[in-house]
Design a protein around this ligand. Sequence first.
Ligand code: ATP
Length: 434
Amino acid sequence: MADMMDKIVSLCKRRGFIFQGSDIYGGLANTWDYGPYGVELKNNVKRAWWKTNVYERDDMLGMDAAILMNPKVWEASGHVKNFFDLKRDCKSCKKRFKDADLKDKSKCPECRGELTESRPFNLMFETHQGAVIDEANLIYLRPETAQGMFVNFLNILDSRHPKLPFGLAQVGKAFRNEITPGNLTFRTREFEQMEIEYFVRPENADKKLQEWIELHFNWYSDLGIKRENLRKRAHGPDELAHYAKACTDIEYNFPFGWSELEGIANRTDFDLKQHSQYSGKDLRFFDDVKKEKILPYIIEPSGGVDRTVLAFLTDAYSEEKVKDDLRVVLKLHKDLAPVKVAVLPLLKNRPEIVEMARAISKDLKKHTVAVYDDTAAIGKLYRRQDEVGTPFCVTVDVQSLQDRQVTVRDRDSMQQERISVDSLKEYLLQKLAG
Ligand code: ATP
């Protein structure tokens, strides 16, 4: 199965999904850059998430808060005090290890040197705001997007007057100085989160927690992840974060084992209580049905964009034997596929064919993500599109010049159909919408 990870990494680089960050300088450890297809896939994942969680509901509002926040936020949230890993340093090779990962807590697992006592290391990245570098202007890069939503709770109430239950959704970067990053984009120090803070009356929290777990579990499978590769795992009491009363992870069966894609937690009224206390503002919600002021509980589905992209890539990857050839195909859901249609001339030395193919592609581009490609022979062009998951290829040939019909090839079945150029757009858009 580790072999599978190598195949994904190789495909990502070969086809332009994901590159090593700062590549020409030898990279910067565990940073990754999304290339032309990667950015499309990632944007499609975020768009699909936003559609399900914001546009298709009446009780959700979107937000986009700043990464840099008043440092008091992180005192109130408990991150300054509690967001750390216990680590030990090797006195010989100077490497640092997470205490929890060490079997033998006295010897370095790499050079067998002596290890220090364990010490807490905060996972938040620190920086300084303004020209002077001192304690007074120390700020953090946010380790989660959630706090941006909590500190805007009053602004949302005052500007939009929502009724309980309602939620806020946000997609954005978060930073954690992880000691053991790895597995491509699975665990990095800079990553993107897709988070929801859903505010409910405390007595409804358990029920709403279950609803969000179901909804999000189905979201992954509706977008093509095989159900047998997904599971829910409830946290034991010793695993819960300092703010959570209950939490269930949605896990994916990655080539390196079952691992968390998303955590869905009941954060209780912890955050609003803390921010009320630290800011001195009354963050209670006035329930005008029950005529009382309450601090709502918060249900938080918190997923990672990069991990989700990696899961979609891995799950879609397949190899098929076609005659004597190995066909690599990314069977991505059509909503996620970076390119929806590729228009390919069968013969590029026939100007009329090229012209017709270009005209078709130009027209399709107004309605969907279409590309034109004539840089190789047709077999190679098909293979290229299969590898990046393009659902449809349209081929223009000599016959097309006479009968104004083109061949449409389906990525998964490889079935080919002759379609009239005049109805091509409707035909494809219908297939892509269905
Ligand atoms: P893990 O135990 O895997 O480090 P976590 O439980 O600390 O994750 P949360 O704090 O629940 O993660 O963050 C919510 C989501 O953000 C995770 O489910 C994951 O998808 C994503 N995420 C968290 N840390 C990272 C990271 N270092 N790299 C990539 N994604 C991350």
